[in-house]
Design a protein around this ligand. Structure first.
Ligand code: GDP
Length: 197
């Protein structure tokens, strides 16, 4: 499916700008700089589909990508989180947008929570998993930038993340270590996205 067309559809700065719910959606969540744009580019095989995080203005919006012709599914790039120094009203706006989307989106099939392999699950990640659990949206966990750490460190972070996830209500059938840089785990993420949609 990813060999066919993948196109940026639109950015939604608020719920009133969401596209019609006419295709299943898989949403990608992760703190700023976790490697979300790189992963979206890797799984779609496009170099510049998702702009890198640091593009001002787009970091606070939901970005929609259409996959397939005819339309088969939508990938949703959720706004990055983890801005410790962000102004409070910006954080508040982020929470409202994400919460409303997660709770109200009938076509949202699954989320993918991205965790940086070097850092493991942080408080801001737990916060987002809490929001997903509360909205009853199932999610998979993808570890990013696995090429940046040793195999033994990766094994440890996988184990710790698995332990963390097992404490949560939602089912987490798959925990996928990836490297967008090296192409590791990308086929697995694609397969998970197709299965979930
Ligand atoms: P985003 O803010 O989550 O969209 O993160 P980006 O995709 O823009 O990536 C943030 C930084 O991490 C960039 O400098 C990327 O080149 C780098 N990066 C992303 N994925 C990988 C990876 O798999 N391996 C390595 N070594 N670097 C990565």
């Amino acid at each position: 499916l990813f060999a066919g067309p993948v196109d940026f559809l639109k950015s939604a700065p608020g719920l009133e700008f969401l596209p019609d719910p006419d295709a299943p959606e898989i949403a990608f969540a992760g703190r700023s700089n976790v490697g979300k744009s790189s992963l979206l580019n890797a799984i779609t095989g496009r170099n510049k589909l998702a702009r890198t995080s640091n593009t001002p203005g787009r970091t606070q919006e939901l970005n929609f990508f259409d996959v397939g012709q005819p339309l088969a599914l939508r990938l949703v790039d959720m706004p990055g989180y983890g801005f410790a120094e962000a102004p409070r009203d910006m954080v508040k706006r982020w929470r409202f947008l994400v919460n409303d989307y997660l709770r109200g989106r009938s076509v949202l099939k699954r989320a993918i929570v991205l965790i940086d392999s070097r850092h493991g699950v942080k408080a801001v990640d737990r916060d987002v998993m809490d929001m997903l659990d509360a909205a009853a949206v199932g999610y998979r966990i993808v570890l990013t930038k696995a090429d940046k750490i040793k195999a033994s460190e990766l094994a440890a972070v996988l184990e710790a993340t698995r332990a963390e996830a097992s404490k949560r209500p939602a089912a987490h059938p798959l925990l996928i270590p990836t490297s967008s840089e090296k192409g590791m785990g990308i086929a697995e993420v694609r397969a998970a996205v197709l299965e979930d949609s």
